[in-house]
Design a protein around this ligand. Structure first.
Ligand code: DP6
Length: 325
């Protein structure tokens, strides 16, 4: 029996300019470019073992056998790696998230970033960061942004070979924090993949996509210049543009809860009173409160006091995906 194994770690990322909708669903080529920051405090660690006499792939996530649909998605990704490496061997994939299960933060981004890095190393493939990011994108679009380090820009384009994430600035460039207000822990009713598929049914998706380059440029410039108020404006605008599309899709996706709105309103009031903090929200009800590190203790304390906030996680800006063994 021959075993080839590798372990990789990856962080989820929070999009400051959102990816929503695809120009090619099968290849996960996004409708628009997006920009994110990796979250250092949250991590997925994944081991891939290719074992010569294994009859079928096995996938274990946080100590439990993966559901059929999760397993299928992982096996499809292993197949991509096997095709690149001309390998036939089945594998055992063991994945562990350090963020508590049931926080609504289970992230396909860190999952497919860690899986890509570990599976390629175990298969003996030495891919560049660009190529690993491209591969991770096929598993989950946002995963391509968890491969490079720090603040990451994912450019849209029409071809598979030019759509991947690249570092805009390293983690130490700007010590921002994401104070995550968890207002509901349940698994989301409609996942991102189904959401991307119906984005085009909203009359606002065309306008959102057309206006994204301008927001992306403002966001990029704000990050490079450490201009928090410019960043605050543009990330809130972009998140709301995405949620406007979600709400007006067919079927309509309404992810917010009363506590979601309570945190959004509070963030706006705190900012008006001089506290540097802004919100962004992914495909769920939890609110990511972005602030410079020096304000994170105060923001965390304020967020915890809002009724309906079940728990709070705080993260700085993280590195890219890498091998640990
Ligand atoms: C709202 O990358 O999770 O978080 O490619 O189908 O796996 P799939 O979708 P996913 O979509 C992320 C959507 C988002 C915005 C973002 O992260 O840019």
């Amino acid at each position: 029996m021959q075993i080839r194994n590798a372990t990789a770690i990856a962080h989820p990322n929070i999009a400051l300019i959102k990816y929503w909708g695809n120009r090619d669903h099968a290849l996960r080529l996004p409708a628009n470019s997006s920009l994110s920051m990796n979250l250092a405090a949250l991590a997925t660690t994944t081991t891939v073992e290719f074992i010569s006499d294994l009859g079928t792939d096995r996938v274990v996530i946080d100590g439990a056998e993966a559901t059929a649909s999760a397993r299928e998605r992982v096996v499809a990704h292993l197949d991509r790696v096997r095709a690149l490496a001309s390998l036939n061997t089945r594998a055992i994939v063991t994945s562990h998230n350090n963020f508590p299960a049931g926080t609504g933060l289970a992230s396909s981004a860190s999952a497919f970033a860690a899986l890509s890095v570990a599976a390629c190393a175990a298969a003996g493939l030495a891919l560049s960061t660009d190529a690993l990011s491209r591969l991770a994108r096929r598993g989950s679009g946002s995963a391509c942004r968890s491969v490079p380090s720090g603040f990451v820009l994912w450019n849209t384009c029409d071809e598979d070979d030019c759509s991947f994430g690249r570092t805009l600035a390293p983690p130490y460039h700007w010590d921002l924090r994401d104070v995550i207000a968890i207002v509901e822990s349940a698994h989301k009713a409609t996942g991102s993949t189904e959401g991307h598929a119906i984005a085009g049914t909203s009359p606002f998706q065309v306008a959102r996509v057309a206006s994204t380059p301008e927001r992306l440029e403002r966001c990029r410039a704000a990050i490079l210049a450490h201009d928090f108020l410019a960043l605050a404006d543009v990330i809130e605008q972009d998140a709301l543009a995405m949620h406007a599309v979600m709400m007006t899709s067919v079927p309509s996706l309404l992810y917010w809860r009363p506590a979601t709105l309570a945190v959004m309103q509070a963030v706006r009031a705190w900012r008006a009173a001089g506290l540097a903090v802004a919100f962004t929200i992914d495909a769920g009800p939890n609110v990511h409160c972005i602030c410079p590190a020096e304000f994170s203790t105060q923001v965390e304390r304020l967020v915890r006091a809002i009724p309906g906030v079940e728990r709070v996680l705080v993260s700085g800006v993280g590195e890219g995906s890498h091998l640990v063994s």
